[in-house]
Design a protein around this ligand. Structure first.
Ligand code: XUL
Ligand code: CO
Length: 435
């Protein structure tokens, strides 16, 4: 069955085109800083938003009527959903997808039965992936929807729930490895607390680390060569999540000796919720050699929740691409559209508009960032701002060959430093001029 009728393969037509079903900026084979766009981005579709989410919100049930979710048989429903997903990815020309275990197929009544279902749908996926040029960017386990996880998964106060989460992650890792998934994600939506009054935070954080070590050891033993990513988010659904932001997660990974295998999956909207810019979070991850992957979307600057809109903010993305291009790219990951069409966008074609727009926005931003880096004074202004660190004394300082006493002697000799402008407005104008 064809689910997206009347839609053909989406092509690049350039920015003069008025065809809403064409890319204006995303040209997969176009080189940016010596690397093609498709290799820079490795765009991925998020299975949960695009093929499972019915558009419900706290005030009303779903609005989407997906033709792939009509069968009464859960196995057939999962197969139909996968047919729709592959048709969509082929038509869009997107090379990757990301999934939670129970996006692929609905959870059954028992763990055993759920595993059987996962085996069936992953066999089906293997077959489809053989016939299509589509790969798994990352897999993950949904450790937050079922009520058993209301107090957390690996951080649950009940050891039986921790064990159950272990079983689920083992299955999700098996499936990810079977489908040659390139990475594996942990997003700890309920790994945190609703109230500190009932929480042993020290034990919960230690348990989370133990759990991650076990998952890593299991996957490595079973041949998984990719990276594990932690996806920071400060809150929602928990009041406080232990993976608050990139800096917090980096501290955690260092504390528990996980940084070799675990990198970060940075999501735009999660940065916003943590009161950071997306660029700030990317920079923090990149500086630690831990920029693994991105979840692309945007928040709403008037609403303080996770709206997961498709990325469209060109200024925000250009700032992000400046960091991205200068950081040398992603460690293993790509750009996953963790975004959903609005609940009142109910035509099947809307999913195409959303992804075309998001891919074009990233493409446009990377092209702008490349020009800023190559043609403008942007880099030289920053270089010049730090030029005093190239002097003999500063080089000794950077090499750790100085003491506080030496610093004091230098200050006494040189006297009051001059006032030097930060040139913020000039830099903002440069970015604006290239947009
Ligand atoms: C939730 C979120 C998740 C993760 C995967 O805010 O971003 O969808 O990306 O569990
Ligand atoms: Co995400």
């Amino acid at each position: 069955m064809e689910y997206f009728k009347g839609i053909g393969k989406i092509q690049f037509e350039g920015n003069k085109s008025k065809n809403p079903m064409a890319f204006k900026y995303y040209e997969p084979s176009k080189k940016v800083m010596g690397k093609t766009m498709d290799k820079h981005f490795k765009f991925a579709v998020a299975y949960w938003h695009s093929f499972c989410n019915l558009g419900g919100d706290p005030f009303g049930s779903g609005t989407q009527q997906y033709p792939w979710l009509v069968s009464v048989d859960p196995i057939q429903r999962a197969k139909d959903k996968m047919d729709a997903a592959f048709e969509f990815m082929n038509k869009l020309g997107i090379g990757y997808y990301c999934f939670h275990d129970y996006d692929l197929i609905e959870e059954a009544d028992t763990l055993k039965e759920s595993r059987k279902r996962l085996d069936v749908i992953s066999d089906y996926a293997i077959d489809k992936m053989k016939k299509n040029k589509v790969k798994v960017l990352w897999g993950t386990a949904n450790l937050f929807s079922n009520s058993r996880y209301m107090n957390g998964a690996s951080t649950n106060p009940d050891f039986n729930v921790v064990a159950f989460a272990g079983a689920q992650v083992k299955n999700a890792l098996d499936i990810t490895i079977k489908l040659k998934g390139e990475n594996y994600v942990f997003w700890g939506g309920r790994e945190g607390y609703m109230s500190l009054l009932n929480t042993n935070m020290k034990l919960e954080r230690e348990n989370m680390a133990r759990f991650l070590h076990m998952a890593k050891d299991y996957a490595r033993k079973n041949g998984f060569k990719g990276y594990f990513f932690i996806e920071p988010k400060p809150m929602e659904p928990s009041k406080h999540q232990y993976d608050f932001d990139c800096a917090t997660v980096l501290g955690f990974l260092r504390e528990f000796d996980l940084l070799d295998d675990f990198k970060l999956n940075v999501e735009v909207n999660h940065a916003t919720l943590a009161s950071h810019t997306f660029a700030h979070e990317l920079q923090t991850a990149a500086d630690a050699g831990a920029l693994g992957s991105m979840d692309a979307n945007r928040g709403d600057y008037q609403n303080g929740w996770d709206t997961d809109q498709f990325p469209m903010d060109l200024y925000e993305l250009t700032e992000a691409m400046l960091v991205f291009l200068q950081s040398g790219g992603l460690k293993g990951g790509g750009v996953n559209f963790d975004a959903k069409v609005r609940r009142n966008s109910t035509d099947r074609v809307d999913l195409f508009y959303a992804h075309i727009g998001g891919m074009d926005a990233f493409a446009r931003a990377i092209l702008i960032a490349e020009r800023i880096l190559k043609e403008s004074d942007y880099k030289s202004i920053i270089k010049s701002r730090y030029k005093s660190f190239n002097t003999t004394n500063a080089i000794k300082y950077k090499q750790g060959k100085m003491t506080l006493t030496t610093l004091s002697k230098i200050a006494l000799k040189n006297g009051e430093p001059g006032v030097i402008s930060g040139k913020q407005e000039l830099l903002e104008n440069i970015v604006n001029n290239y947009l």
